[in-house]
Design a binder for this molecule. Structure first.
Ligand SMILES: [Zn+2]
Length: 394
């Protein structure tokens, strides 16, 4: 083996160990080796290096249960203050900036209301830069971030860091990473929110061993993050996984992307709210951006026995079932996790999902994939963003 290869393996193992401890720490060295299938010598060498750099701490010892003399068991964890990163989350009419520590916790955050759809590209990047600079200036020197992760709803070129299209913005093709890296001088990643949620969910102990996993994010729109062989698939030019804009009905309902009949136009919050307003007299609000309270009110009405809304959710579920049939037919992942704020109505979507899947795919093809709905949202998405920014430093 060439020296270069050995070094590459050491770097990869180091990243694996850091990531494992970030998710599972505090943890014993022996358990890291077992979980990652690495030798005790490798674990000892790499953790000693990390400890010397101040990146991990021997944070606690506990009495080993059943040990004859109660020998203390040394656990290690990431030193929370060893590094800080910034997460910038751009949503409709709201910018959130958070500081994450080396362990993946949120240290502090600020929310800035802004009319995202009224800003042109220059105004948007200018506003972001001002907010980021102001946020960093208020931090103690030891807390200054070393990397940035920008999370955006919509299609993103994960390779160039360009926002291709976002329903929260009026302009397309905004070279956000380039602008931030030039002005803030920090390594920057730009990622779509569904991909970020998928990263966060796969960090959970229950899912970290699933190498072929699809996370479908229901909410304002319909997004997808897809792990193939343990790697998030974004496509050679980024932007993969735009499940919401798969065509469900040629020339069907109007989608925010500009086309008609996309799955999202039957299933996104805005689509459900638009349809519900045709059925029931709701107070006027921004139809394209219904609030969480409005969306929950629809579920509550279905819960109270409103048959029209139950039928509406069923129809939306069928659209999702067809979309999932496409995903399963092409990828056959071990598991599809349905998550995001839209799972609030999954109880009413699910019968339609089953009907759509049964109609679209023969059972022999759909049998290998388990579908699970999990009410995970913002926190897991933010953890995904922090860990992604940290990975640039690991
Ligand atoms: Zn669309």
């Amino acid at each position: 083996m060439k020296k270069n290869d050995t070094e590459q393996i050491r770097i990869a193992n180091r990243k694996l160990i850091i990531n494992y401890v970030r998710i599972n720490g505090p943890v014993a060295r022996v358990d890291i080796g077992r979980a990652l299938n690495l030798s005790p010598a490798t674990i000892t060498q790499i953790t000693a290096e990390l400890q010397k750099d101040g990146r991990i701490l021997e944070i606690s010892s506990e009495q080993e249960s059943g040990a004859a003399r109660g020998r203390p068991r040394i656990l290690i964890d990431l030193a929370p203050d060893a590094s800080s990163v910034l997460v910038v989350k751009l949503a409709i009419n709201e910018l959130r900036i958070l500081l994450g520590d080396h362990k993946g916790n949120v240290v502090t955050e600020a929310v800035y209301p802004l009319q995202t759809r009224e800003l042109n590209a220059e105004q948007l990047t200018g506003t972001l830069l001002t907010a980021i600079t102001g946020f960093i200036k208020k931090l103690a020197r030891r807390r200054r971030p070393k990397a940035v992760c920008v999370v955006v709803q919509g299609a993103v070129n994960g390779v160039t860091g360009e926002i291709l299209w976002s329903p929260v913005l009026k302009e397309r093709n905004i070279p956000l990473r380039q602008v931030i890296e030039e002005q803030i001088k920090l390594p920057t990643t730009v990622i779509n929110d569904a991909n970020c949620l998928a990263i966060g969910i796969r960090q959970l102990p229950a899912y970290q061993d699933l190498n072929d996993l699809v996370v479908v994010m229901l909410g304002h729109g319909l997004g997808m993050g897809c792990f193939i062989n343990g790697v998030l698939y974004q496509g050679p030019s980024g932007g993969a996984g735009e499940l919401g804009h798969l065509n469900y009905m040629p020339n069907g309902a109007q989608c925010l992307c500009g086309k008609r009949g996309c799955v999202e136009a039957y299933l996104g919050d805005y689509a459900l709210f638009r349809d519900a307003r045709m059925l029931l007299p709701f107070a006027a609000e921004d139809e394209l951006h219904p609030t969480e309270q409005s969306m929950q009110a629809l579920v509550d009405l279905a819960e109270a026995g409103n048959g029209e809304l139950v039928d509406m959710f069923h129809r939306a579920g069928v659209a999702l079932g067809y979309a999932l049939a496409g995903v399963i037919g092409i990828l056959r992942p071990a598991k599809i996790i349905i998550s995001g704020p839209g799972v609030r109505s999954y109880k009413y979507l699910e019968p339609g999902v089953d009907a759509g899947l049964t109609s679209a795919l023969v059972p022999v093809l759909s049998a290998g994939t388990e579908i699970e709905s999990v009410a995970l949202g913002g926190d897991q998405l933010i953890f995904g963003a922090i860990s992604l920014a940290l990975q640039a430093l690991d």
